[in-house]
Design a protein around this ligand. Structure first.
Ligand SMILES: NC(=O)c1ccc[n+]([C@@H]2O[C@H](COP(=O)([O-])OP(=O)(O)OC[C@H]3O[C@@H](n4cnc5c(N)ncnc54)[C@H](OP(=O)(O)O)[C@@H]3O)[C@@H](O)[C@H]2O)c1
Length: 343
C-alpha cells in the first residue's frame, strides 16, 4: 500500500469512528456531554475504546439522566437494561406467613414488584406467595420482579449470601439485589460478589440502599464496575431525597422510596397532613393513594408495605387519577428534611 492509500485508509477509519461516536451520542438519552462527562477515543492499536473523563472506566454503560417512568406500562427501564415495575409491595416487619399472604394478595391485585430482605426473615414466605400465584395462573415468574437485600453481616460472604437468598426465595434468579446499608469496611467486597452473580445470571440487576451522602455512593461506584441500577432510601413527602436524586441521575440510577407512607406507626402523621388530606378529598381518594401517586409522579419507585388485603388493593388503585402540577408543587412544599427512622 502506498503512503497516499495509507493516509486515505487512516482518514476513512477516523471518519467511521467519528460517525460511530456521533451515533452513540444521538442514541444516548441525555447526550454524551450532557452533564460534565466528556468522551475520548483511541485507535492506536487498531481497537476503538470509549473512555469518560468522569471516571476513566471502560465498559460502563453511559446512561446518564434520571430514568423516565412509563405510566402506560407502569415500569421504568433501569440502567441495567431491565424493565422494573414502578409500584410494588414492601414486606418489612411482616412475619413469614404474613409475607406469603401479602405477596399473593399483591400479585392478585396487580402488583408485579415485591420487596423483601434477608434480615426480614420472610424471603421463604415471599417465595411461597409467588409460587401460589404462579400455580393459580395469576402470573408467571417472568412477570414478577423480586428484590431482596444483602444484610451487612453477610458482606464478607456475599457469594454464599446470594445463594442462600435464591434458595429461600426458591427462584433460579433474583431480579434485583441491593446492599442493605452502607458499610465502608466491606461493602465494596459485597458489591463485587453481586457483580459476579450478575455475570453468572443469578442476579439481573444490582443496587444500593441507605447511602445518604453523594460521596459515600461514589465511593462504591468508583471501586466497582456495574453502576447501581437503584438506590433505596427513606423517602416520603417530609424527606424527598432531592440531593441524592440529583446526584444519582448522572449514573442513570433510579430512587426507590422506603417508608413511602412514613412507616409503621407514623402513617397518620402524613395521612392527616392538611395538604395531603385536602388533595385526597378533592380527588375522592385516600391519603395513602395521594402519597403513592405523588411518589410515582415525582419519579420514585414506591413500595408501600401492608399486611392487609384491602389496603393492598387500595394501594394499587392509583392509575386512574393524576395529581395536577399545582398539587405536585404543594406536595413538594411539604419537604422538611425530616426522617422518621434513625438509621
Ligand atoms: N432498605 C431499608 O432499609 C428499608 C427500611 C424500611 C422499609 N423498607 C422497605 O420499604 C417498604 C415500605 O416501608 P414500610 O412498610 O416500612 O412503611 P410504609 O410503607 O411507609 O408504611 C407501612 C404502613 O402503612 C400501612 N398502610 C399501607 N397501606 C395503607 C393504606 N392504604 N391505608 C392505611 N394504611 C396503610 C401499613 O399498615 P397495614 O399493614 O395495616 O396495611 C403499615 O402500617 C418495606 O415494607 C420494606 O420492603 C426498606
Amino acid at each position: 500500500m502506498d503512503s497516499g492509500e495509507q493516509i486515505r485508509e487512516n482518514g476513512m477509519k477516523r471518519l467511521l469512528i467519528v460517525i460511530f461516536i456521533s451515533a452513540l451520542c444521538l442514541l444516548s438519552i441525555s447526550g454524551c456531554a450532557g452533564n460534565g462527562t466528556s468522551v475520548s477515543m483511541s485507535d492506536d492499536d487498531g481497537r476503538t475504546t470509549i473512555k469518560t473523563e468522569e471516571n476513566s472506566v471502560e465498559n460502563k454503560t453511559e446512561t446518564e439522566g434520571y430514568p423516565v417512568f412509563d405510566f402506560s406500562e407502569k415500569t421504568v427501564k433501569l440502567n441495567s437494561g431491565y424493565e422494573m415495575p414502578i409500584l410494588g409491595i414492601g414486606t418489612y416487619a411482616l412475619s413469614d406467613s404474613q409475607a406469603e399472604n401479602s405477596t399473593y394478595w399483591a400479585l392478585k391485585a396487580g402488583f408485579r414488584l415485591i420487596d423483601t430482605a434477608r434480615i426480614y426473615g420472610n424471603e421463604a414466605g415471599v417465595g411461597r406467595g409467588l409460587k401460589k400465584a404462579i400455580e393459580e395462573g395469576i402470573v408467571t415468574r417472568a412477570d414478577v420482579f423480586i428484590t431482596t437485600k444483602m444484610w451487612t453481616s453477610d458482606f464478607d460472604n456475599g457469594d454464599a449470601a446470594i445463594d442462600a437468598s435464591l434458595q429461600r426465595l426458591d427462584v433460579s434468579y433474583i431480579d434485583l439485589m441491593i446492599l442493605h446499608h452502607s458499610q465502608p469496611r466491606n461493602d465494596v467486597k459485597a458489591y463485587q460478589a453481586m457483580e459476579r452473580a450478575v455475570a453468572t445470571g443469578k442476579l439481573k440487576s444490582i443496587g444500593l440502599s441507605n447511602y445518604y451522602e453523594p460521596s459515600d455512593f461514589d465511593r462504591v461506584v468508583k471501586a466497582t464496575t456495574i453502576r447501581p441500577a437503584l438506590l433505596q432510601n427513606e423517602t416520603h413527602p417530609y424527606h424527598q431525597s432531592g440531593t441524592m436524586k440529583n446526584h444519582i441521575a448522572k449514573y442513570g440510577t433510579v430512587m426507590e422510596s422506603w417508608f413511602p407512607l412514613g412507616g409503621r406507626g407514623n402513617t397518620q402523621t402524613l395521612f392527616n397532613n392538611p395538604t395531603i388530606s385536602a388533595i385526597a378529598q378533592s380527588h375522592s381518594i385516600s391519603s395513602a393513594q395521594v402519597i403513592i401517586r405523588w411518589h410515582l409522579q415525582a419519579g420514585n419507585i414506591c413500595i408501600p408495605g401492608s399486611s392487609n388485603e384491602n389496603h393492598i388493593i387500595e394501594d394499587y388503585d392509583v392509575w386512574d387519577f393524576e395529581l395536577t402540577d399545582e398539587e405536585m408543587a404543594r406536595m413538594t412544599a411539604l419537604e422538611k428534611d425530616e426522617r422518621f427512622a434513625d438509621y
